[in-house]
Write a protein that binds this ligand. Structure first.
Ligand SMILES: Cc1ncc(COP(=O)(O)O)c(C=O)c1O
Length: 372
């Protein structure tokens, strides 16, 4: 009989009994959405936990990205990374904006700031970098380019919940940052997302845009969307928040154990963090180098045969999907590093409930598949 399946992630769910009082409270208030008490409380609690001033909750991270671009009236061309989840670039197309792909840094796997300048044209209005795997971008170098050319910076921080550098939250950089609270993320509200706003005025504008553009009962100032988070999702977020430090701590232990178990396997290179003071261990990417006897896809298949479902995040590159591959910036020669990494990367299972025996099983398969 085959062994128990191990997926790349598994949501952290508190005991169901702990959630019932929250549901009772919603049943009592009879407010299900539109900025009810749970929504307000979660915004306040997240500001406190994350160390930010203003946050606007969304029904998912993609609508947060789409709305962030609208809030800043971004148009024309936006420089972004091909090495991300497809929603990053989709948010540009949904706004009629042309994505311009720039290659990644070989160490952080984030947008390479040294390559941004040569991609700027008179149509460029913004940069949309991604803190990939929750590892911070070179935020200062990116801001220098943005300042020189008067560009906006919107961070896709979908992976970066709780990540800090020496000065505090990584979410304070750029004009706006967005988070995803999707079920697969470190902090989840089943589905959900948020925009971190620098001031009250910007938050107000974003709150209007996520509510069809309503300012009051009879005034609509923009073709806004319905991006509101419901009370049930917000309530679940409040409960999750009570468990988040313990969950991140367990992820840290998984990360440490993998590094220890994998260290003598030649050709399997663990991706290091990018110098963050507080990491969130949202993913565990390894690069399958040529010194390992199998290529990445062969190892992926071997793990699958053993009921271990690693994922090839991020393969294919966004720039390889049909709606993007016609762009001049999507050419392979323009993105050599992203291409190379996307062919080698494999994200191993990581989540708080993973036990050491399961990690040993994953590493045993990697060792045996390579005949080691
Ligand atoms: C980098 C990145 N951006 C955006 C998103 C979109 O977030 P959501 O699924 O909450 O819409 C995701 C993940 O789902 C992501 O990984």
């Amino acid at each position: 009989m085959s062994e128990k399946p191990v997926f790349v992630t598994q949501p952290h769910l508190p005991e169901l009994d702990e959630f019932i009082p929250y549901l009772r409270s919603i049943w009592g208030s009879k407010t299900l959405t539109n900025g009810g008490p749970m929504h307000k409380q979660l915004e306040a609690s997240l500001c406190e936990y994350l160390g930010v001033e203003h946050i606007s909750l969304f029904s998912n991270g993609t609508l947060a990205l789409v709305t962030a671009l609208q809030a800043l009236r971004v148009t024309g061309e936006v420089i972004t990374t091909p090495y991300s989840f497809v929603a990053t670039a989709h948010s540009l197309l949904w706004n009629g904006i042309k994505p311009v792909f720039v290659d990644i840094d070989p160490v952080t796997l984030n947008l390479d700031p040294a390559k941004i300048e040569s991609a700027i044209t008179p149509q460029t209005t913004a940069i949309m970098p991604v803190h990939c795997y929750g590892h911070p971008c070179d935020v200062e170098a990116i801001q220098r380019v943005a300042d020189n050319y008067n560009l906006r910076v919107i961070y896709d921080a979908a992976h970066a919940f709780g990540v800090k550098d020496a000065g505090g939250s990584i979410l304070r950089y750029g004009d706006l940052s967005i988070l995803s609270f999707h079920a697969t993320k470190v902090f989840n509200t089943f589905e959900g997302g948020a925009i971190i706003c620098p001031d009250e005025k910007t938050k107000k504008r974003i709150d209007q845009l996520k509510n069809f553009g309503f300012v009051d009962e009879v005034t609509v100032v923009a073709p806004g969307i319905n991006g509101k988070m419901s009370e049930v999702n917000a309530a679940f977020g409040l409960l999750q928040l009570q468990h988040i430090d313990a969950a991140i701590n367990k992820r840290r232990m998984v990360d440490q154990t993998y590094r220890e178990l994998l260290k003598d396997i030649v050709g399997i290179r663990c991706v290091d963090d990018a110098g963050e003071v507080r990491a969130n261990y949202s993913y565990f990417p390894v690069l399958v180098e040529s010194a390992y006897p199998l290529c990445r896809d062969e190892l992926y298949a071997k793990l699958k045969e053993s009921n271990i479902f690693a994922r090839r995040y991020f393969y294919p590159l966004i720039s390889e999907f049909p709606m993007y591959r016609g762009c001049a910036s999507a050419r392979t020669e323009n993105l050599p590093m992203a291409r190379k990494v996307s062919e080698k990367v494999l994200c191993l299972p990581i989540y708080p409930a993973l036990e050491r025996e399961e990690l040993e099983r994953v590493v045993r398969v990697i060792r045996q598949a390579g005949g080691l």
